[in-house]
Write a protein that binds this ligand. Structure first.
Ligand SMILES: [Fe+2]
Length: 295
């Protein structure tokens, strides 16, 4: 059966029909999905029924898996609910109990409500994220995606020239500080040391430029911090205008893939006392966007 892609948004998102992700993909299917990703940046595969192993196997068709682990969050290894290559985007602990409202792990994970690009705090940031929905809360919890390519195109020439060669520092400490979460251990501060990312990047497949923004970006090399924060804030405001955004309402069985190299995303609030189980696999990008400074 050949796959069909129906647009969910004029540019940014499409829905893929005619494919069961449990079965091995043919090379033609892999090519069709990659082409769909280059065209849309967000693809929704509804009505799937995947185990973690099947999600991992499907993900490997498109690149090398990231191991989220210690570099990505504050969850201790013994508290992890899922295997080493699965990022836990739930509000559950390893006993499947809903995390307390003031649980440190939950508060850290609330950073997902800020606009961001996955793993922009890693020297080699992410290519695709693949998020599978096992349960939803009764309301809220949409994931919104913003088109960083359209946002770049819409900048005037003066602004494009201003930002062309800028380099930002990204760290999870910057994003969490915006939420008032500043209590990091010495060991966490070491793990979350900032990395460098260009502010304008070209897509490796299409060559098109896009803004590379994320709540993890906290400074710009050579700029006073307050000025850098204002420029970044202005750019995020510009890039997340509703005309650049697709909002996804989750159904159980949805798998959604997005390209972190040309989108930002955020989750909207949902009731803290209701379970929401989502599992993410993440693929490594091609390499650093900029040469990292010596430590
Ligand atoms: Fe994310």
């Amino acid at each position: 059966m050949s796959i069909r892609i129906r647009a969910l948004h004029p540019v940014l998102a499409g829905e893929v029909e005619g494919i069961d992700l449990r079965a091995p993909l043919t090379p033609a299917e892999v090519t069709a999905i990659e082409a769909g990703m280059d065209r849309h940046a967000v693809l929704v595969f509804p009505g799937q029924d995947l185990s973690d192993e099947q999600q991992l196997a499907f993900s490997r068709n498109f690149g090398e898996l990231e191991r989220p682990g210690a570099a990505s969050n504050i969850t201790r290894p013994e508290d992890r609910r899922l295997g080493p290559c699965m990022a836990d985007i739930s509000n559950l602990d390893r006993h499947q109990q809903i995390l307390r409202r003031d649980d440190r792990q939950r508060m850290f994970n609330l950073g997902n409500r800020l606009w961001h690009s996955d793993s922009s705090f890693k020297a080699t940031p992410a290519k695709y994220s693949l998020l599978y929905c096992l349960s939803v809360a009764s309301k809220g919890g949409n994931t919104e995606f913003a088109d960083m390519r359209a946002a770049y195109d819409a900048l005037d020439d003066e602004r494009k020239a201003l930002i062309e060669d800028l380099v930002c520092e990204h760290s999870q400490m910057f994003s969490r500080a915006q939420l008032g979460f500043t209590e990091f251990t010495e060991e966490e501060r070491e793990r979350f040391k900032p990395v460098l990312q260009v502010l304008v990047r070209a897509h490796p497949s299409t060559g098109r430029k896009s803004l590379y923004l994320s709540s993890h970006a906290g400074s710009i090399l050579g700029w006073p911090v307050p000025e850098a924060r204002f420029l970044l804030r202005d750019l995020v405001e510009h890039a997340t205008q509703r005309k650049f955004v697709y909002s996804h309402k989750w159904r159980v069985g949805d798998l959604v893939i997005w390209d972190n190299r040309r989108t930002m995303h955020r989750v909207r609030p949902y009731p803290a006392e209701e379970a929401r189980d989502m599992r993410r696999t993440t693929l490594k990008g091609e390499g650093p966007t900029v040469r990292q400074q010596a430590a």
